[in-house]
Design a protein around this ligand. Structure first.
Ligand SMILES: [Zn+2]
Length: 449
């Protein structure tokens, strides 16, 4: 692991989730593990990592950082020290240090450069590996739950607003869901969709555990725990509530009930499939065509694409042939790409890393979403009634209707200079192993000086 100055060290401020810990009871472990654990986490924070994965493999603990969705090797610890690092992090999270055979979850409150972080810790036993440690790093101040916080496109906001917010006096009705693969941000996206409703005109209730995220002008029902969902929904209707956020739509029986209520309330939530067309097909399977046609309004998904570093991206004039091939507007005069590395034989030329302090030659900084949205239009209803119920057919119909598709929206980010064609190609190439394709090795970002 690289050395980090003392002033840049993370401060551990205690376990999260009401757990307790006593470092004094394990002085040997703390002595062996605390300093390297601090160094590892400080290094990850200074490189803007959003996850750390550490596994004991053979005689060493191998550490990887995930920055903007890309995995980078981040050094190793000798076995004994590595074990001490993993156990110290468990201790700091208030987890059971003795138990290694069961998965455990907890968290540590951390402070780095005057800013607070949530370090969400998961440990799990893995075959062939003693124990795998995963730390997700969250900035509690950035909750990404409103259209403004996520820079949600105005056109999508207006569409969702029209669907969920009828003229005042009328009832808000129907179901609007998000979906997406693991770590696609589908939960945040469903909250953004909900916040597209005007929070001052409509009364919105939250029924889900949103992991401490601060919702804007959304009420929590003051029901006793364990109350039947039907009774809770009836109470909301009596209170003249308009919409309910429900979290996961994963229980077919409950989903059936929600569709039954979708003529009196508007529902927001998330369904555990990757693509909107798959979500529609799944819902038809669970509750039948008729209910889906009358209750479902939209399903939205997103894919996070890396943002080109503003400080070192290079403009170029695209050839008309390229624009035509990609279906981009003919009048596009400038696109951006990663800076060209200096020639190998020019030993005096500064490296990309030296040229840009902002991204350290990565040359990406942060991520932005591209979107896909299924809309239940009249044509779509006719198509489904005529038997178009499988995901592939629904997706084809979305394309025919020119509904917003992920790859097309990703090209919007290329045209407006946010990202590069190369990054879009990378993001849509299945990871190695899925089709045997190898991903290009990316330069590894270094921590900020
Ligand atoms: Zn840069």
């Amino acid at each position: 692991m690289s050395e980090v100055e003392e002033s840049e060290q993370v401060l551990f401020q205690g376990p999260m989730f009401g757990r307790e810990t006593n470092l004094k009871k394990n002085p040997r472990l703390v002595q062996a593990g605390l300093i390297p654990a601090k160094r590892m986490i400080s290094d990850a924070l200074s490189r803007r990592a959003h996850s750390i994965v550490a596994e004991i493999k053979g005689p060493r603990l191998a550490v990887r950082f995930v920055v903007d969705g890309i995995v980078y090797p981040a050094g190793t610890f000798p076995g004994k020290q590595g074990m001490a690092v993993v156990q110290t992090i468990k201790l700091l999270s208030g987890l059971d240090v003795q138990s290694r055979g069961e998965p455990q979850s907890g968290g540590i409150l951390g402070e780095f450069n005057g800013q607070e972080y949530h370090l969400l810790v998961d440990t799990s036993p893995v075959k062939g590996v003693v124990e795998r440690l995963r730390i997700r790093i969250e900035d509690p101040k950035v909750s990404f739950v409103t259209p403004t916080e996520t820079d949600f496109p105005g056109s999508l906001k207006t569409k969702l607003q029209t669907m969920s917010s009828p003229p005042p006096g009328d009832d808000a009705l129907g179901i609007i869901l998000s979906c997406g693969g693991a770590e696609s941000g589908a939960t945040s996206l469903s909250l953004v969709a909900m916040h597209c409703m005007d929070p001052y005109l409509y009364s919105v209730f939250n029924f889900a555990d949103v992991g401490g995220k601060r919702l804007v002008n959304v009420a929590e029902p003051d029901d006793e725990p364990g109350l039947d969902l039907e009774i809770k929904l009836d109470r909301i209707i009596r209170k003249e509530g308009d919409a309910v956020y429900l979290g996961k739509f994963d229980d077919p029986q409950q989903v059936q009930l929600l569709f039954d209520y979708s003529d009196r309330l508007c529902f927001f939530g998330e369904i555990g499939v990757r693509k909107p067309a798959e979500a529609v097909s799944q819902l038809i399977d669970w509750v039948g065509t008729d209910k889906v046609l009358s209750g479902l309004k939209a399903v939205i998904s997103q894919k996070l694409i890396r943002r080109l570093c503003d400080d070192c991206k290079q403009a170029f004039r695209p050839r008309p042939q390229l624009l035509k091939q990609l279906g981009l507007p003919r009048e596009t005069t400038v696109l951006y790409r990663a800076p060209t590395p200096p020639p190998d034989d020019d030993l005096n030329a500064p490296s990309l890393e030296e040229l840009c302090a902002e991204c350290n030659g990565s040359p990406y900084h942060g991520r932005v979403p591209a979107y896909e949205m299924f809309e239940m239009t009249d044509e779509m209803k006719e198509f489904i009634v005529a038997g178009g119920v499988d995901a592939k057919a629904i997706r084809q119909q979305m394309i025919r209707e020119k509904q917003l598709m992920l790859q097309q929206d990703a090209l919007r980010l290329v045209v407006n200079g946010t990202t590069s064609l190369e990054e879009v190609k990378r993001a849509f190439t299945p990871p190695r192993g899925v089709q045997g394709k190898r991903r290009r090795v990316q330069p590894q970002p270094r921590r900020q000086q």
